[in-house]
Design a protein around this ligand. Structure first.
Ligand SMILES: NC(=O)c1ccc[n+]([C@@H]2O[C@H](COP(=O)([O-])OP(=O)(O)OC[C@H]3O[C@@H](n4cnc5c(N)ncnc54)[C@H](OP(=O)(O)O)[C@@H]3O)[C@@H](O)[C@H]2O)c1
Length: 341
């Protein structure tokens, strides 16, 4: 089989090589999937840049999710059959024609589901669902701040917040993305390159603040959002550090990012009834696989019911992998970026 191998960290044009590899065998509790398409995630961009701690040593095959058909079933797996169409999480290895993964990490999907929509489900919608439904509750009338709202996870969070009847403040980096956010029903689209989101929210909310904030930027962005949290139940969910990605000098950038977050002081948080919540889906998969499965199943159900509608912002073929990475890493993408074999 062919696999897109990350052979060196750096720019996308020099980082990847398409190589022949043996088809993996499904072990006990696993399935092997023949891959139609794999999704790109921002973590892949950070891994390619050598900035992702969980990335295996090189050479390695990236990829957190695939869409395809079950090719082989390992021992002990029940309820799945060869030939069924699935979308599923992969713990790396997804940029390949075949990949094995735990059977609990896949969900059946209809034959006519768009491949890009299906690719958006495991990681981006799964992460959003875990953040929005398992780690916090959103209620009708809540004021919710979502950073990088036009991205993959961002779009999912917007749809989940709007489904709950929340008032959404969504940030993005261009006017084109702001237009998209309006179409998605975002009540307050904010271009954070031209206006300060903290000032914007303060102007509209005064001291009332934000009930829930979702942050994938890290550093200063978190410090500012924490200042906006309402007293008496304000929560911030931090699940990424995209601002780290473009900085060249690693140590300086790491220190700047760390200091940017500000000090988390438990006593004032206790006194003000506020919460800081961190999310890393790899740890969720390691320690609470049932929770991961629940997120996947519920997202598939809501996509099938039309309650969630992933946007596919970029479709590439596998020989355009560098272009696909630059599209996502260069902040041009909206919604999901998918790569087909
Ligand atoms: N914790 C977890 O388990 C987990 C799981 C999935 C994803 N994530 C995180 O969630 C975030 C979103 O992931 P995604 O795959 O859906 O990506 P995405 O949001 O589709 O793309 C990343 C977006 O981040 C914004 N951004 C802000 N600062 C940036 C910078 N310095 N460089 C590049 N982009 C920057 C850009 O939007 P604007 O141009 O609009 O600013 C860009 O389009 C990422 O930070 C990712 O690492 C975490």
């Amino acid at each position: 089989m062919k696999a897109v191998v990350l052979t060196k960290f750096g720019t996308s044009d020099k980082a990847f090589d398409i190589q022949e590899r043996p088809i993996p065998k499904a072990k006990a509790g696993e399935v092997c999937i023949k891959v139609e398409a794999f999704g790109l995630n921002f973590a892949d961009v950070m891994a390619r840049q050598g900035l992702y701690n969980d990335c295996p040593p090189l050479p390695t095959v990236l990829g957190y999710e695939v869409v395809g058909h079950i090719h082989e079933i390992g021992t002990g797996v029940e309820g799945l059959e060869v030939g069924q169409r699935v979308t599923g999480f992969t713990r790396f290895g997804g940029y390949a024609e075949y990949v094995t993964t735990v059977a609990t990490g896949v969900a059946l999907i209809p034959d006519d589901m768009d491949v890009g929509v299906a690719a958006a489900i495991p990681t981006q919608y799964g992460t959003a669902y875990f953040c929005a439904e398992e780690m916090v509750n959103m209620h009708e009338g809540d004021h919710v701040l979502i950073q990088a709202a036009a991205g993959g996870v961002g779009t999912a969070l917007v749809q989940m917040a709007k489904n709950r009847g929340c008032i959404v403040y969504g940030t993005a980096g261009s006017d084109k993305k702001l237009e998209y956010l309006r179409e998605q029903g975002v009540d307050h689209p904010i271009n954070y390159n031209t206006s300060d989101f903290e000032e914007y929210v303060k102007k509209h909310r005064g001291d009332a603040g934000i009930d829930v904030a979702f942050d994938s930027i890290g550093g200063q962005s978190v410090k500012k959002a924490r200042r906006l949290l309402t007293k008496g139940g304000g929560r911030i969910v931090c699940y990424g550090a995209a601002s780290r990605s473009t900085k060249k000098i690693q140590l300086f950038a790491d220190i700047k990012l760390l200091l940017g977050f500000g000090l988390i002081k438990p006593i004032p948080m206790l006194m003000n009834s506020q919460a800081f919540i961190g999310v890393n889906m790899l740890r969720v998969g390691d320690h609470r696989p049932n929770s991961l499965k629940r997120c996947l199943v519920n997202v598939v159900k809501q996509v099938n019911e039309g309650k969630l509608n992933p946007t596919v912002g970029g479709r590439f073929s596998v020989d355009e992998i560098a272009k696909a990475h630059d599209f996502l890493g260069g902040r041009k993408s909206i919604g999901k970026v998918v790569v087909t074999w």
